[in-house]
Write a new protein. Structure first.
Length: 73
């Protein structure tokens, strides 16, 4: 039977693994939970960066704009 959530194995240097263990202990959570949380935060930040760059690319000052009241007439 396939797992509900796929597992991914990651290998860290000893110092990084130690830091992760230390922070997980401070937050009273398993190391795997902390790593998952950190990865999700990093993915969100990368997505935000990508969408910001896309918005800058699509931003065009010569486009006609409408104020809120005119848009809803």
């Amino acid at each position: 039977m396939a797992a509900k959530n796929p597992r991914i194995n990651v290998t860290f240097e000893e110092t990084t693994a130690g830091l992760l263990s230390h922070f997980a202990h401070q937050e009273h959570k398993p190391v795997a939970s902390l790593v998952r949380e950190l990865v999700l935060e990093a993915l969100e930040m990368r997505e935000d960066f990508y969408l910001s760059k896309l918005a800058e690319k699509l931003d065009n000052n010569s486009v006609k704009t409408y104020d809120h009241e005119d848009a809803w007439k």
